[in-house]
Design a protein around this ligand. Structure first.
Ligand code: B12
Length: 211
């Protein structure tokens, strides 16, 4: 079994104690950090999601897989983040109200940071007003990222965009949204400035948005 396949299996089966060693071994034998992330860990989360939908695994298994992935990402972090911190300004990011998923949001934050932004991470289950409070506290911020993983929290994305706009930031900040159920069409419909399907393209879009 390849190292990346071993990592995928370890994340899927929630091998929290083994994951750091496996990721380090993969790096040591020259596997590329992006491939370890995409073909190992992200692929594992996709598979576990499909198995959850098919009632083959349940919430506890998803949780332990998520915990395993987070530990693995920590080993990769120094290999993924390389930009000079904050040279492009600040980015406020969070997962919207009602939604507790943060792995994708954290990866997007890591890649945007790596592209040269300073990240202000509001965490998960963030009410729209908290995005506005963070903007009030950081008047020099030019970019907001909002994540939603549930079809039921897509409305909260819309509410977040509306609240930021009505809070006086319509022409002052760019809002980028994303998450598994989100599409470009939805972003256009709710008046967000940008959508990106993954962390890599989120980072390039972030740079374009403030340039
Ligand atoms: C892990 C997981 C959990 C964990 C989350 C742990 C954590 N700390 O994040 C736990 C166990 C808590 C959980 C709970 C639930 N979950 Co869940 N979960 C998942 C799972 C398996 C993986 C998500 C993940 O981390 N993916 C890996 C990351 C890297 O991908 P990503 O999040 O999509 O992010 C990428 C892009 O979307 C994008 N992106 C993400 N955010 C942003 C933001 C911006 C600004 C941009 C530009 C881009 C961007 O870039 C990211 C990186 O490339 C998914 C399955 C799936 N296929 O997504 C289900 C899934 C999302 N969960 C689901 C469900 C139903 C639930 C629960 C309701 C289950 C329950 N009965 O309790 C609860 C809801 C809790 C809540 N209120 O939020 C469903 C959602 C169905 C739907 N259509 O709404 C899914 C799709 C599973 C399924 N197939 O049914 N879950």
């Amino acid at each position: 079994m390849s190292k990346i396949q071993e990592i995928k299996t370890a994340v899927e089966s929630g091998k929290v104690k083994l994951i750091e060693g496996l990721v380090q071994e993969a790096l040591d034998v020259g596997e590329k950090p992006n491939e370890i992330l995409d073909n190992g860990m992200v692929a594992a989360m996709r598979d576990i999601g499909a198995r959850f939908q098919a009632n083959e695994v349940f919430v506890p298994e998803m949780l332990v897989a998520a915990k395993t992935m987070k530990k693995g990402v920590e080993v990769l972090r120094p290999h993924l983040a390389s930009g000079s911190l904050g040279k492009l300004g600040k980015c406020i990011i969070g997962t919207v109200a009602g939604d507790l998923h943060d792995i994708g949001k954290n990866l997007v934050a890591l890649m945007i940071e790596s592209a040269g932004f300073e990240i202000i991470d509001l965490g998960v289950d963030v009410p729209p007003e908290k995005f506005v409070d963070a903007l009030n506290d950081n008047p020099d911020c030019k970019l907001v990222g909002a994540s939603a993983l549930l079809t039921t929290t897509m409305d909260a994305l819309e509410e977040t965009v509306k609240t930021i706009h009505s809070g006086g930031y319509k022409d002052k900040v760019k809002i980028m949204i994303g998450g598994a159920p989100v599409t470009q069409e939805f972003a256009d419909q709710i008046g967000a400035d940008a959508f990106a399907p993954d962390a890599g393209s989120a980072a390039s879009k972030a740079v374009q948005l403030v340039s």
